[in-house]
Structure formats: C-alpha cells, structure tokens
Design a protein around this ligand. Structure first.
Ligand code: WT7
Length: 648
C-alpha cells in the first residue's frame, strides 16, 4: 500500500488542474496581488485583515514578537460573539439562516442570525446566573446540535474559556480534560444519535464528574427522550435555565490576547495538550481563510462535515463561517444513516454550494460506490475542500470527477489544531491544483521545508516549519508553557515553528505533506498519541508492556497496530485481543482502538531500554527490517517478525 501510493504520486505529479475560467471570473481573489502584498509586508497585510473585524477598541499595535511569544493587535478590544452575531443582526442578515440543522433521525431546524443571537444572549445570562465569570473554564461534551454552537458563543460572550471535548471520548478522557482545564461547569446532553443508536452522553458525563471534582454545575440539553439521572443541586436542564435568564447580556470587551478557548490534542509523549487560542488573532485567521479559501459569495450554502469536537469544527463551522455571516448546513449524524447516500441527499436537499470534508470520508465513499453519489442532483456544488491528512491522488481524482463532476475546484487545506486556521492551501480562483498536494502557503504564511539543520530545501523532502508568526498561532499549552516551547519552538530555535510533519517540495515549489514524523498516529484524520494508547493497554491488569505504531490503512489513512506483553503464566482467553481493544475503547474512545493486537514475550529495545518502534513499524507494514544494530537482543525482533507473518 505504501509503495503503491508513493508510485501514484510520482506517476501523476504532472497532472495540473488550473482553476476553471468561469470560477476565476467571479472569485474574490483572482490574481497574485494578495500573495505579493503579504510577502512584502506581512504585518500590514494582517492588520488590514484584522480591521475587517468589529472592535470595541481598535488596535494600534499589530505584532509584538519576542520569540517564541507573539502578541497580535494587543491593545485592541473585541468580543467573538459580537463578531459572529451582533454585527450581522443590525443588517439585513438578521433574518438570514445561519444554521440549517439536520438531525440524524431526519428532524431539522433552521436558526437565523437573529434566532442564534437571542439564544446566545439567553444562555450567556444563564451561565452568569450559574456564577461563570470572565476567565473561568467551561467544558462542553455535546453532540452536533445547535446548542453546542450556542454554548461556545455564550462562553465567548461573557469571556469564559470553552473547552469542547469530542462526544466520542470516554469518561476517563473527559475527566482528564476537565481536570486539566479546571473547568467549573460542564455542558452536556441527555444523549445523542449515532447510526441510529443512542450515545449515553449524560451517563458518561456523570462518570467523568465523579473523577473531576472541580465541576460545580452540569447543564443538560434535552436532545431526545433519553432516560437519565438528574442530581439535584448540581444538574440543571438547559431549557429551564433559559426560562430564568435575561433577554440580553452585554458582551464582555476582551483584550485581543485573552484566551478564547482551549482544545485538547494528542502529542507524541505525555498527556493531551490543551492548545490555547487568543481571541483576536484566532478570529482573524478563521475569518480570512473561510472567506478566501472557500471563496464565499452572497448566495452560498456552505457545509463542513467535521465534528465541532475537533479544531475543524471550531474554525470552519463556528467562528469562521459565522464571522463571515454565511448560511450553513450542520448535520448531526453518520454518513451512512439510514443509507449510504445521506450526505448527497443533504447536498441536494439544501442546494449546498461549498462542501468541506476529510480524505478518510472520501475514501469511504469511493469504496461504497459511485451510485450513491450519482443518485442525487449535485449541480449546486461549486467548490470542494479536504482536510485532516494527505489525500492520495486517486481519491482526489475521484472527488473531482464523481462529486465535483469535473466542475469544482478542490482546496486541499493543510493546517493543525495549533495553527488555528488553514496555512497551506490553494486559493481556488488562482492556484493550479495538483492531485495530492496542498499546493503553497496562503498569503501571510511563511511555510518552508527544511533539512535537519533548518536550512531551506529548494526541492526534495524535509521537515515542515513556519518561519514567521501568524495571528491564529497557538499561544501556549494550557498550564504547561514549557511544553509549548519544547514541542514547537526548540527543534529549530525559538523563532521557527516546528509542525511535526514531514513534507516534500517539488520543482514548481508545491508542497506535498508526507505525514507526522513523531509518534503520532493519524487515524481517520484525528491525531492519536501512541503513548496514550500504550498507557490504556498497560492499565489492563494482565498487560505489562505495550508498544503501538501506525500502519497504512486504505480507508482511515493510518490504523493502530499494538504489540503487547502480558503477565507471565497467564492463560489467555481466545478473545483476549478483542477484550483489549474494548478496554482501549473504554479508556480513550472508539477511535483509539487498535486494529491489530499481537502478543509477544518481549519487545525490541535498544541497550538503553527504548522501544524501537521503527522496527515494529517495519514488521507491521511487512517491510524488510531496517538497521537492527542498536538492538539489545536481536533474537527478539526475528521471532516477532516470524510471528507477525504467521498471524497478520
Ligand atoms: C495534522 C494536524 C487541521 C484539522 C484537522 C486535523 C495532518 C491536516 C492535512 C492536509 C496532509 C494534513 C498533518 C497535521 N493534516 N491537514 N490537507 N494534508 N496532512 O487537525 O488533529 O491538529 O492534525 O493533520 O499531519 O500535522 P489535527
């Protein structure tokens, strides 16, 4: 598989798709002047973009850079909810649909900007009544329902820092994130729908709160008629709180650098990091890229299929699109419920024009067959986007031909939780696309491919870095600034941001992302730290040691292969591997379940005791073993290889 896709890239590198002329004619950006302007004076470029926001107090300083600490627009004051709502409801946008929401079971709701403004104000008041103040942390554990957007914006309105936890995470993962952020309020729902089944969110939240005693109040949104327990005094129904709340809450004027939110993401070692984003810079990045990369037009119906539990949903469902004032579709459930054409049914039903999804979804649709797509009228689509992992050229071509009907430009957008917004991407009216390449850095972004000493590589493979600060860059890791410096600004010194990705630059200067160079596994576009999965495995009583590696998976991009040593003398049950997979599912969440579990008496280690994951990767991907000379005991690896080949 690895070899095949590598050949794919090499063979087809020369395919180039210039933007369709008709697209360029009406595009917001139709030439290279923005790139040039930003190249000449990036601070002036970003200041101009920032002035498009609505400010309580206009900034006078653009950038203060004391590497690796940056401050953008620091003497300005603003509020994110005002930028997403208040400034629209004083115009004709008031009655325009902000969110057309489609529930998995087929129910739907439309919220106009005015509706959303009213809900957010009420809920901001409700949070105040619960004692939430500026700077407090609020954890959100909700399905994809409008109340999740309302909760985020209500926090932003009163200056509370939200921390959204993906609703697929387990009670333990939720508890860890709540505790790390020291959140005092948790907002959840009685349940949620996924593939026709109920997600027991409140039940999981109850388990988590037992371990997270910082939580004072739990707010429960009623999504269905799900049976739950209400703890008097601690738990409050969302709709009851709304009844007692004021109609309008004055937005808190926030300093540009005040934190808007934290969002946890996996690193190679240690616990998940609370990536912290600052109000103004983050909004500037999200609004600019939404507008330019999706080439927003007045009549757009935009749909990003990501979950708000990840950064994609934060930037490209909540803050970017609402700051731009678009009409968007939001969908609660699975792409194959009730049938495999659900996404295309939704595109047709609402006349979606801009569609943003992930390579793993595209590969899944490809596998399901063209008929589900072709059954529907997709003529409303004008642009397609992808994010989360490298897209193989074959999937890119399928997306272009079958979904885009060869009419729609594709924007392959590279970015990270830490970057806050898109960094490398085509501008659809200007940039010729090559299938599988995110193309070039956006205006104002100084991405570079460098060798191990940090020297630029003109053409060839290396490490991906960013040479200058940008507004939506993370400001710190919550509660651990050392880790921020260490992870992002030590590899090449404090001036240069290290992304953790490998990349290749071709002769035309196009960038091709090669994936993570650290021990992070990208499963279906989501980062899972090997260390977390290993800890979950070792937390099982029968397991003494575990090592996990990422292996190529045709649909999910990467899957997790686990190598596990159990306590000596234990009789293993035949389904023990499955039990362990379930165990990891409970500890972290279903996305972290290893695809394969191989039992081994010992793991390959260096003389200093470090597990050599590189060799495990060779085994799991069926390659010849790389350099084994630093192994403490080389018989271990040979035995393991043999065993793996016997039970792949
Ligand atoms: C990592 C960031 C950004 C939202 C979703 C994931 C990989 C992301 C692309 C792309 C190739 C990509 C990188 C990156 N990645 N987009 N268009 N092409 N790789 O956010 O969980 O912070 O993961 O996802 O490896 O470092 P995240």
């Amino acid at each position: 598989m690895t070899d095949k896709s590598a050949i794919d890239v090499l063979l087809k590198e020369d395919r180039v798709f210039p933007p369709p002329e008709s697209f360029t004619q009406t595009a917001r950006v139709s030439d290279h002047s923005l790139h040039k302007q930003a190249e000449a004076d990036f601070e002036a470029y970003w200041a101009e973009r920032a002035r498009l926001l609505s400010w309580h107090k206009m900034f006078t300083k653009t950038l203060e850079w004391t590497p690796p600490t940056c401050k953008w627009f620091s003497d300005g004051k603003l509020n994110a909810s005002v930028n997403c709502l208040d400034r629209h409801v004083v115009t004709a946008k008031r009655n325009q649909a902000a969110i057309i929401w489609e529930g998995e079971p087929g129910d739907s709701r439309t919220l106009t900007y005015y509706d959303l403004h009213r809900e957010v104000n009420r809920f901001a008041g409700a949070l105040k009544n619960l004692g939430v103040k500026k700077g407090d942390r609020v954890a959100l554990y909700l399905p994809m329902i409008p109340e999740l957007v309302v909760s985020m914006l209500a926090c932003a309105r009163i200056g509370a820092i939200h921390s959204v936890v993906f609703a697929g995470f387990s009670a333990d993962s939720l508890a860890d994130r709540i505790t790390d952020a020291e959140a005092k309020v948790l907002i959840t729902a009685d349940g949620g729908w996924r593939r026709g089944k109920i997600l027991q969110l409140k039940h999981i939240a109850d388990e988590a709160v037992k371990k997270a005693d910082c939580i004072e109040s739990v707010v429960v949104v009623k999504r269905g008629e799900f049976k739950i327990q209400i703890e008097e005094g601690r738990d409050h129904w969302y709709h009851r709180l709304m009844d007692d709340a004021p109609r309008y809450v004055e937005p808190e004027p926030m300093d540009a650098e005040d934190l808007l939110f934290t969002l946890y993401t996996s690193g190679s070692t240690g616990r998940p990091k609370g990536v912290a984003h600052a109000t103004a810079g983050y909004l500037v990045g999200a609004q600019t890229t939404t507008e330019l990369v999706f080439d927003l037009q007045e009549d757009d119906v935009y749909w990003c299929t990501a979950d708000i539990g990840w950064i994609t949903g934060h930037s490209y469902i909540v803050y970017g699109p609402l700051a731009c004032g678009v009409t968007q579709v939001m969908y609660e459930g699975a792409p194959d419920w009730p049938e495999r054409d659900r996404f295309w049914e939704i595109v047709e039903k609402y006349g979606v024009t801009k569609f943003y999804t992930a390579p793993t979804a595209i590969r899944t649709f490809m596998r399901w067959g063209d008929e589900h797509v072709k059954k529907h009228d997709l003529s409303s689509l004008r642009l397609l986007g992808t994010v989360g992992e490298p897209i193989n050229p074959a999937a890119w071509m399928w997306y272009r031909e079958v979904v885009g009907e060869e009419r729609c430009p594709i924007v392959d957008t590279w970015w990270q939780t830490e970057t806050g917004s898109m960094m490398i991407s085509p501008l659809p009216g200007v940039t010729p696309c090559k299938p599988g390449s995110a193309t070039k850095a956006l205006p104002g972004i100084f991405a570079d491919v460098v060798d191990h000493d940090g020297k630029s590589i003109k053409s060839g493979g290396g490490l991906l870095v960013v040479r200058k600060p940008w507004p939506s860059m993370l400001r710190t890791v919550w509660g651990d600034h050392e880790r921020f410096v260490e992870t992002y600004f030590s590899r090449f010194g404090p001036e240069i941001y290290f992304t953790g990705d490998g990349a290749k630059r071709d002769d035309d200067g196009y960038i091709w992302i090669l994936g993570r160079v650290d021990d992070v596994i990208n499963v279906a576009g989501h980062r899972v730290g090997t260390m977390e999965v290993e800890s979950a495995l070792v937390s099982h009583d029968d397991v003494v040691e575990a090592a996990c590696v990422g292996v190529v998976d045709p649909v999910k991009g990467q899957a997790i292969a686990a190598f596990v040593t159990v306590r000596e003398g234990l009789e293993q049950e035949p389904d023990f591997a499955d039990q362990l997979r379930e165990h990891v599912g409970e500890k972290i969440g279903p996305i972290a379940k290893p695809k394969t579990v191989l039992f081994t008496a010992s793991l390959p280690k260096t003389r200093s005791g470090k597990i050599m994951r590189r060799l495990l990767r060779d085994i799991a991907e069926g390659r010849a073993l790389g350099d084994t000379t630093t192994l403490a005991d080389s018989s271990v690896i040979e035995a393991l290889k043999k065993k793996y080949e016997e039970n792949p």
